[in-house]
Design a protein around this ligand. Structure first.
Ligand SMILES: [Zn+2]
Length: 123
C-alpha cells in the first residue's frame, strides 16, 4: 500500500506552496526596506555637525540592517528548504534520518531536525 506515502506527498506539496508564499513575502519585505545604505550611497556630511541627529540616524540604520539581516536569514532557510524539496531530501531529520512529523513541518517548514534531535541539540 502506498496510501501513507501518497498522503505525505500531498502534505509536502502543501508545505511547498507555503514555503513559496513565504519566500515571496520575504522578498517583498526586503524590497520594501529599500536599497542598502551602501548601495544607496546617500551620505550627507552635514550630519557630522549634528551629533545627536547623527546618532539617531545610525540607530535607525542599524535597526533596518538588523531587520534586513533577519529577513535574509529567513529567506535563506526557505530557499534551502525548497532546495531539499527539489532533491527529495525534505522532511527527513538531518541528524537521525527519520521522517519529521508533518505537524512539525507545518509549524516550522524549514525544520531540519526532528523534535527529539532538536531537544538533544538545544543550547
Ligand atoms: Zn532526528
Amino acid at each position: 500500500m502506498t496510501d501513507r506515502a501518497t498522503t505525505r506527498e500531498a502534505e509536502l506539496a502543501e508545505i511547498r506552496l507555503q514555503l513559496e508564499q513565504e519566500r515571496e513575502r520575504l522578498r517583498h519585505e526586503l524590497m520594501d526596506l529599500g536599497p542598502t545604505a551602501s548601495n544607496g550611497g546617500r551620505h550627507d556630511p552635514s550630519f557630522h555637525e549634528h551629533p545627536t541627529e547623527h546618532a539617531g540616524e545610525m540607530a535607525e540604520q542599524e535597526r533596518s540592517m538588523a531587520i534586513r539581516k533577519n529577513l535574509r536569514e529567513m529567506a535563506d532557510q526557505v530557499d534551502e528548504a525548497l532546495g531539499r524539496l527539489q532533491r527529495g531530501e525534505y522532511g527527513r531529520c538531518r541528524a537521525c534520518s527519520t521522517e519529521i512529523a508533518i505537524e512539525r513541518l507545518r509549524a516550522l517548514p524549514h525544520a531540519t531536525r526532528c523534535v527529539p534531535c532538536k531537544e538533544a541539540h538545544r543550547g
